[in-house]
Design a protein around this ligand. Structure first.
Ligand SMILES: Cc1cc2nc3c(=O)[nH]c(=O)nc-3n(C[C@H](O)[C@H](O)[C@H](O)COP(=O)(O)OP(=O)(O)OC[C@H]3O[C@@H](n4cnc5c(N)ncnc54)[C@H](O)[C@@H]3O)c2cc1C
Length: 397
């Protein structure tokens, strides 16, 4: 199946329609590229469930310091506006890649010639759903940000109120430490971190793990190993232990959205969109995907890249360039996304310090948190400047 256009017209003579589904980090790269050089004769629309993209790197800092809210979100509407892109606030709930159609939550059907997907993933809360209102999943992140202040206020006012975080990955560790720091000195019970992975921080070095464990112990966060399921008043571990909790924060890893299942797209074993190193769908050349939604393999089909904001951001310029080339010539040669062998991660530990984790290197200190603040704040503020029309974007296509 090949894209059906030549030049800037589709086969039926109307302008080519490009749909950007989801306001994910990779689409920031497309917005920036379109602002710098708007493509002629292309109708581009961005569909995003929320006006603001929440920048996850800033969430732990915002939990410990609500004043950080101004650096928490990126305004997609103003960026789309500057890029001359029509911004539709709505959620994609279905898609037919063969018919080139996307379905929105209001029932509207949008056709496309070229589609790019950056909706991110969902949180797998299947074993925790029975918690009802006590469950606070980390995604959708805008919901987390809307609901957390009330949980915090309730926790600080209610003697023995326990927050349990489920998930031993980087997000779970950062959130447990940030929440523990915020609730310290209140009448809330100590925060608990429940992890069913053999070791904390999978994918990080043993030294990074040790540093995280030391920090959790120092902060009084109880680390519990086991697989958790929901009870009406908290968690039940596979060991039989019950953990009453007023709020369970689910940081249980990313799963693929269900709406992809009937899309016709080739998906990997876990339901994510299979793309090549050029971020193009393995089955449909007129579909691209990037960020957490994409399952990426290298040229030899061997390596997949970890789901992280770092990759989602770095995929942006490659995605933008490949969309541009495909719009000009459906059969154009495309750029390849080459992930760095090691990515730099800075994990906040809730005490004005952070753990720097880079391959086998791991260090902790206040300087690491200052570096994280600098990188994260600069990132969000540069998008704000671009959205407002001010000059000064640091990274280029
Ligand atoms: C607490 C926390 C801290 C983290 N810290 C880091 C970190 O420091 N470094 C790092 O590299 N990674 C970090 N991560 C991981 C990182 O958040 C993800 O890997 C990253 O957000 C993936 O980016 P994305 O653009 O693919 O998706 P997302 O960031 O999830 O963006 C998806 C966007 O699409 C929109 N959307 C979603 N579904 C739909 C739909 N159906 N229709 C329309 N729009 C939709 C959403 O509103 C959102 O704007 C952290 C994660 C968490 C939970």
């Amino acid at each position: 199946m090949t894209p059906g256009w030549s030049g800037q017209k589709s086969s039926n003579g109307r302008p080519i329609r490009l749909l950007l589904a989801g306001g994910g980090h990779a689409h920031l790269g497309v917005l920036k590229s379109w602002i710098a050089r708007p493509p002629h004769g292309i109708e581009t629309s961005l569909i995003t469930s929320e006006r603001y993209l929440i920048y996850s790197g800033m969430v732990p800092a915002w939990i410990t310091d609500p004043a950080a809210a101004e650096d928490l979100r990126i305004d997609l509407v103003s960026l789309a506006d500057r890029a001359g892109i029509d911004c539709i606030i709505g959620s994609v709930v279905g898609m037919d890649a063969n018919q080139r159609e996307v379905v929105l939550n209001n029932g509207e059907r949008l056709s496309f010639d070229l589609l790019s997907i950056a909706t991110g993933g969902e949180i797998d809360t299947s074993t925790l759903a029975d918690l009802g209102p006590r469950l606070l999943p980390v995604r959708p992140m805008p919901d987390l940000v809307r609901r957390w202040p009330l949980v915090r206020d309730t926790a600080t006012r209610t003697p023995g109120f326990r927050v349990a975080v489920v998930g031993g990955g980087a997000a779970g560790v950062e959130l447990a430490l940030a929440i523990s720091s915020t609730l310290a000195g209140s009448c809330a019970a100590p925060v608990m971190l429940v992890s069913d992975t053999e070791a904390l921080l999978p994918g990080h070095s043993s030294r990074a793990r040790r540093l995280a464990q030391e920090r959790l112990a120092h902060a009084g966060v109880e680390l519990v190993e086991g697989h958790a399921s929901a009870t009406p008043d908290g968690l039940l571990l596979d060991s039989g232990r019950r953990i009453p909790a007023g709020c369970v924060v689910a940081a249980t890893g990313t799963r693929a959205p269900r709406w992809l299942r009937n899309s016709g797209l080739q998906l990997d074993g876990q339901g994510f969109v299979s793309v090549g190193p050029d971020l193009r769908s393995q089955s449909h050349p007129h579909v691209f995907a990037a960020g957490d939604i994409a399952s990426w393999r290298d040229r030899r089909g061997g390596r997949t890249v970890a789901r992280s904001g770092v990759h989602a951001v770095h995929m942006g310029p490659v995605l933008a360039e490949n969309l541009r080339r495909t719009l000009r010539d459906a059969g154009a040669r495309l750029r390849v996304y080459r992930p760095r062998r090691r990515s730099l991660y800075l994990l906040s530990t809730g005490d004005s310090r952070a753990i720097l984790s880079w391959g086998s290197v791991a260090m902790a200190g206040r300087w690491a948190q200052r570096l994280k603040n600098h990188i994260d704040r600069r990132f969000v503020r540069e998008w704000a400047r671009l959205g407002s029309g001010a000059k000064g974007m640091a990274w280029s296509n």
